[in-house]
Design a protein around this ligand. Sequence first.
Ligand code: SF4
Length: 344
Amino acid sequence: MLIRTTQQLIEAGLTNKNADLDAVAARYAIGITPAVAALIDRDDPNDPIARQFVPDVAELATTPDERADPIGDLAHSPVEGIVHRYPDRVLLKAVHVCPVYCRFCFRREMVGPQGLGTLTAPELDAAVGYIADHREIWEVILTGGDPLVLSPRRLREIMARLAGIDHVKIVRFHTRVPVVEPERIDQDMVEALKASGKTTYLAVHANHPREFTAGARRAIARLADGGVALISQSVLLRGINDNVETLVELMRAFVENRVKPYYLHHPDLAPGTSHFRIGIDEGQALVTALRGRISGLAQPTYVLDIPGGHGKADIGAASISGGDGCFTVRDWQGEEHRYPPQDR
Ligand code: SF4
């Protein structure tokens, strides 16, 4: 059973704080799938899975720098459901619901039953029309909400419409479904994600190695075997994955499951999420440590979405400085070397 209320959280043994959490639930959606509920360790008060999905009274505290639209989607939305931030790609937000509601979600003011809803047929027409009218759009990224909550039939319809737009070559899905509701990834779903003449990428969102259950691994394998190219997306979160060992295991789990590590997000300034944020300097130290621990194949890019809608920036600590043909390059152990070398 899907858990959607504080009462259901109590019945599932996930909390005993009904009164306090009602205020959180009134503001932000709750969603925990059976697969996630089964993964939560009820005996661990700091369980990293519970922390991601079980509401906490800390969410009622907002800080002055937090904002309802932390990455500035609305500043770049020419029509409902489209975010056109960079010239060659758009987000297509067909739906604003998710199978789970992550407590750190960057779009928490927009997603959920009280959120922006699903695009109506005329709104979807206008969104697809916008993509068709802009020949510079090479890639369409379906995000949301989680696009894989849509039925295979709805996804096939959207893919068929994108297939009719010649200049769109890549369709990318961002989703939590393979991990939190793996049973949805059947052959019908895999086929629905593909369209003639387009290449499909799918970004799997996972933040802790324990999310790679047997069911999740099977779902991801089905996607990979079906010809969907897989990349990863994780958020660096205090108390969940803010240590080298967990990140090593997480990135290796992606690679072992044919998912190329892609983004490690610095958490956004979403309301009521300050308890998840670590300092950028701490994040840089972690990704520098990863360099010395795991294969280049397993390295994610540490990125910040610049508040206000200014796009992503790579914020990993710079390993090179200098200029005029003479640089200092830092290795993964922090030692500095001249480039070109001075010793002959
Ligand atoms: S699945 Fe994505 S959009 Fe949905 S609540 Fe989690 S982070 Fe937000």
